[in-house]
Design a binder for this molecule. Structure first.
Ligand SMILES: *[C@@H]1O[C@H](CO)[C@@H](O)[C@H](O)[C@H]1NC(C)=O
Ligand SMILES: *[C@@H]1O[C@H](CO)[C@@H](O)[C@H](O)[C@H]1NC(C)=O
Ligand SMILES: *[C@@H]1O[C@H](CO)[C@@H](O)[C@H](O)[C@H]1NC(C)=O
Ligand SMILES: CC(=O)N[C@H]1CO[C@H](CO)[C@@H](O)[C@@H]1O
Length: 946
């Protein structure tokens, strides 16, 4: 019998629950074979006994057990083929699900037009959005064609009008740990950390379908995921491909894991392995146990596969002998060890291996292991250095693995420090498939399509980016003929989007899984129907930075100028707007007719003209709340300034270090200013923040420091609990006591005590500096509002308070507005990463939008940076708020969420608001995918990309 069917409960097929003919057939066949063989064996045995009057070898063994072992032999020889045969129905289909006609959609089928050669398809030819209807029944897509007549469809067909909106296959995220950790990160079942090599454990045994993330991940259009064990172990255990439709909402009697299997027949198995830093950190114990180094890890892998190889050989020898001499003559039973069964199946080609490997040594060692033991790796995950070694990947045994990537989440550990946003584009150019994954909860799987969108922005062809979260992962999971495309015969997993899925803020309007509509009362944003993106091939061209101090550069094709950079004379009517940059300064914005004429006549000056498509001129973006300038590699303390002081305060300006990759990327993304407070990352910090220029060489350089002191910061998230304040209540009371004492002491801080905490609290109470408090919980925020009025009544002075975090701020929006407390959302889109964020809104179609509720209440808003890598995305995050604001935000107001709002909420004078100010010229919109910085300058850094 099939070993894995024995290990796992078989799927209770909802459509055939009472009869399960497929199961019965197999059981009957087996029973028949068993009875037949046993009878024959007994006959042979008695005949022999009579003839020779001797015991044949093995006579003490159970004939029944030997026969069962022989059945196992045939299962061991099976090689799973991808299911191809036409299906009458999808086995996951629930009979109560009605046929559905989706009318008037703009459809991405997932394939180029018929007849497109493979070469042309790779080059992006033949792909496109088509206007079509889609008809589904019995859990399958049955028709994809325009103007399907309702009269030809079964009675009771439900009709959904897509109104011309974009329709794609359900998103497939091939790296998720959803359901393995409880909401708010209270419990984790990600890793079985008893030993390093645990091929025998299964993620399924922990997956909790009750976790709320199942609903919000699905609200992002994700219908299928590979649920992997964590990466703490070199060999972490078996993974499962599951769909996000479960329970009564999906027409099922109860909520069970078994309802989740994407392929009820479980044709393929999956294994998670991991190499590099994680396992050696988790297990290596000096002198006691390995792996202590990558050397030890390679041994762990090779040793495990050596056991598995011997196990497979022993089994194969037994089976061959049983075939040759007759199973009844075997002297032993077939060896079957749960410990090596999974790896044995890997060597038999029955398991799709997915391996977390970042670096060249890790990738290359794994490629050696595949050749030594002859097993296939389907994808390298977290594969940040794969773009450097495509030829190494091609040496993998059995076929070139894909790379499962993040678009721009990088630099967080040493292994991720040599990464590139262009990795996907580079790999694709080398014929290697990039797919985009969430590693949920690292990135919220709900937004995995945003990773693909950014990959397109970083030069991956549009069709390959969209394939990277649909058909490509489907194929890598062995389900490429069932999911990931909109094609007759495929599972009816469908998303209708409110805008192009690869645009900022794209949100599903409705999601179907196996033909069943997933949201009964979806919240739909009021967005105009917009055409799909016209793929921009220019995004693939790499730009190189130049310092053109001595050249006059004329930028033409500017279609939008942020108001703060428009001089009063500028008229943007009729004439084309240009921007002239000389010596790093913006010397003219507007038609600049006379200036252009002057430049033409003054032949002495070197001029260069850059023609932009849809150019934008804006002020620089501001990173608020990150550890930019204080920490380079999040996981490496040597690269940090260090933790904040529990007792007393420090000044971020004293710890700044310049020149790292984080700051370089910030500049390239138009973020030339950062407001950073003491701390080691995340939103919690304590002390006095600094405002600085991210492009500066060092702290002494002219213009490097914009504000030596920005605000006084304290943590009030769960991170505030510890040391002298073991509780939130004690942390709030400690702050209250200090503020009250500052309010009652009217003396000016004397110069010797200028830098003490109490001197700074006095400045806060006097309204000279803002108090920035990191907090997510609505109740903590309510306590802060209460605290503010208590202090103000004593100080008779308005306190300037800013909340950083604010996941649950929407619950106290009116109170925040009344108390004139500003909120910097970090992250913009929370997803219950901690208990105090659990009521954060994840957005439509499941919930309302947090920013809209806060804007309606009149709360002053900013968008902050929680993890430093997100600095790159600040423009796009503002773009998401803009796209989903239903008109509440103008283009400029959206940009101000990551710019001028910080100055006003913190009470800072924007030191450079004149036309001499810092400026950024973009090709494309900074709020949209594909917007690229082409030049920036002003106070300090001047850089031009050509
Ligand atoms: C399809 O949708 C588009 C965009 O909303 C609309 O202009 C068009 O009239 C619709 N066509 C049909 C047949 O409903
Ligand atoms: C004390 O700090 C304030 C605020 O930064 C500053 O304006 C003042 O010059 C400082 N005084 C001395 C003596 O350092
Ligand atoms: C969403 O917001 C709208 C408008 O403010 C409100 O009427 C509605 O009740 C809200 N829906 C939910 C589910 O919170
Ligand atoms: C405080 C500060 O950086 N001010 C700058 C504003 O811009 C002018 C002109 O570029 C600079 O000279 C100032 O240093």
């Amino acid at each position: 019998m099939d070993k894995r069917a024995e290990l796992l409960p078989s799927y209770n097929d909802a459509t055939t629950a009472s009869t399960r003919p497929w199961l019965h057939r197999r059981q009957k066949r087996r029973t028949f074979r068993f009875i037949g063989a046993a009878a024959l064996t007994y006959l042979a045995y008695t005949t022999l006994r009579i003839a020779n009057n001797t015991e044949p070898a093995g006579s003490t063994l159970s004939i029944a057990k030997l026969q069962a072992d022989l059945d196992v032999c045939s299962a061991l020889r099976q090689h799973p083929a991808e299911p191809k045969a036409a299906r009458h129905h999808n086995k996951r289909w629930i009979k109560s699900t009605k046929p559905v006609l989706i009318r008037n959609a703009t459809v991405w089928t997932g394939e180029p037009v018929a007849g497109t050669s493979e070469e042309d398809a790779r080059a992006g030819k033949g792909w496109g959005w088509i206007t079509s209807d889609v008809f589904t029944d019995k859990g399958l897509i049955l028709k994809v064609q325009p103007e399907i007549k309702e009269s030809e469809l079964p009675h009771g067909t439900e009709v959904f009008d897509a109104k011309g909106r974009q329709l794609t296959a359900g998103i497939v995220d091939m790296h998720s740990h959803a359901g393995l950790e409880s909401v708010g990160n209270l419990q984790s079942d990600d890793n079985e950390m008893s030993v390093d090599v645990t091929p025998y454990v299964r993620s399924l045994d922990a997956i909790d379908p009750l976790q709320p993330e199942f609903e919000y991940i699905k609200s992002g259009g994700v219908t299928t995921s590979l649920f992997l064990p964590g990466s703490g172990n070199n060999i972490g255990g078996e993974a499962f491909v599951l769909k996000f439709a479960v329970g009564p909402k999906n027409g099922r009697a109860e909520i069970s894991q078994q309802d989740l299997f994407a392929d009820p027949d479980r044709n393929w198995r999956y294994l998670k392995m991991a190499c590099g830093e994680n396992p050696k950190r988790v297990y290596g114990k000096l002198g006691e146990r390995g792996p202590y180094s990558r050397l030890g890890e390679a041994w762990e892998f090779r040793h495990a596969f050596e056991q598995a190889r011997a196990y497979v050989q022993e089994q194969d020898d037994w089976c061959a002998k049983a075939d040759a001499v007759g199973v009844e003559n075997m002297e032993t039973y077939l060896r079957q060890d749960l410990q090596w069964e999974t790896l044995g199946a890997v060597l038999r080609g029955q398991v799709r291996v997915n391996t977390h490997c970042y670096t060249i040594p890790d990738l290359e060692a794994m490629v050696r292991h595949t050749n030594e033991f002859k097993f296939r790796v389907y994808a390298f995950h977290h594969a940040h250095q794969t773009y450097l070694v495509p030829e190494v990947l091609k040496r993998t045994w059995g076929g070139t693995p894909a790379a499962a990537l993040f678009a721009d989440n990088m630099y967080y550990k040493v292994e991720a420090y040599t990464a590139s946003e262009r990795a996907g584009a580079i790999l694709y150019a080398h014929n290697i498939t990039p797919t985009y994954v969430s590693d949920n909860p690292v990135i919220n799987s709900q937004h995995v399509v945003f990773e693909a969108a950014k990959a397109y922005g970083y030069g991956l062809p549009y069709h390959a980016a969209l394939a990277g979260v649909t058909s490509a992962p489907a194929e890598l999971l062995g389900l490429g003929d069932r999911i990931g495309k909109i094609k007759p015969g495929f599972d009816a997993d469908i998303v209708v989007w409110d805008s192009d899925p690869l645009s900022a803020g794209a949100t599903p309007v409705q999601v179907w899984i196996d033909g069943a509509q997933q949201f009964a009362t979806p919240i739909e944003l009021k967005k105009p129907v917009a055409p799909a993106i016209q793929p921009n091939g220019d995004l693939a061209k790499a730009q190189t930075a130049e310092d053109l101090q001595d050249t006059v550069v004329i930028y033409t094709g500017i279609s939008r100028v942020h108001g703060s950079l428009l001089s009063s004379e500028t008229s943007t009517d009729r004439e084309e707007t240009v921007a002239i940059v000389a010596g790093g300064k913006l010397t003219c914005v507007g038609p600049c007719v006379s200036e252009l004429a002057e430049l033409k006549s003054a032949s002495s000056k070197t001029t260069k003209t850059v023609r932009l498509k849809n150019g934008h001129l804006t002020p620089p973006l501001v990173a608020f709340g990150s550890s930019l300038g204080l920490a380079e590699i999040d996981a490496e303390s040597d690269t940090h300034d260090g933790p904040y002081l529990e007792d007393g305060i420090t000044f971020a300006v004293d710890g700044l270090s310049f020149g790292g990759k984080q700051l370089a990327r910030a500049v390239e993304h138009g973020v030339t200013r950062a407001f950073t407070a003491p701390g080691t990352g995340g939103i919690d910090s304590k002390g006095v923040s600094v405002g600085f220029n991210t492009g500066a060489k060092n702290v002494l350089e002219d213009g490097a420091i914009i504000y030596p002191e920005v605000a006084l910061h304290y943590p009030l998230t769960l991170g505030a609990k510890g040391g002298k304040t073991p509780s939130i209540s004690s942390a709030i009371n400690a702050l209250r006591t200090q503020l009250l004492s500052a309010a009652s002491d009217k003396k000016d801080p004397d110069s010797t005590a200028n830098n003490t905490e109490s001197a700074w609290l006095k400045r806060v109470v006097a309204g000279e500096f803002a108090l920035v408090l990191s907090a997510h919980s609505a109740d903590t925020i309510a306590s802060i509002i209460r605290l503010k009025s208590q202090i103000e009544s004593v100080a008779s002075q308005t306190l300037r308070i800013v909340i950083l975090g604010g996941a649950e701020a929407h619950l106290v929006a009116d109170e925040l507005a009344a108390s004139r407390i500003a909120v910097v959302l970090a992250p913009l889109l929370p997803h219950a990463q901690s208990w105090d964020q659990r009521r954060g809104l994840t957005g439509p179609p499941l919930t309302n939008v947090s920013t809209n509720i806060l804007l309606d209440a009149g709360v002053q808003l900013g968008i902050g940076v929680e993890e430093t890598w997100e600095t790159r995305d600040l423009g796009l995050l503002a773009g998401i708020a803009f796209a989903n604001s239903e008109g509440r935000l103008s283009f400029e107001q959206a940009l101000d969420l990551v710019g001028s709002n910080f100055y006003s909420m913190l009470g800072l004078k924007d030191v450079n608001t004149s036309s001499q100010a810092d400026w950024v010229i973009w090709e494309g919109s900074p709020l949209e995918i594909g917007g690229q910085v082409r030049a920036l300058g002003g106070t300090r850094t001047t850089r031009v990309w050509t």
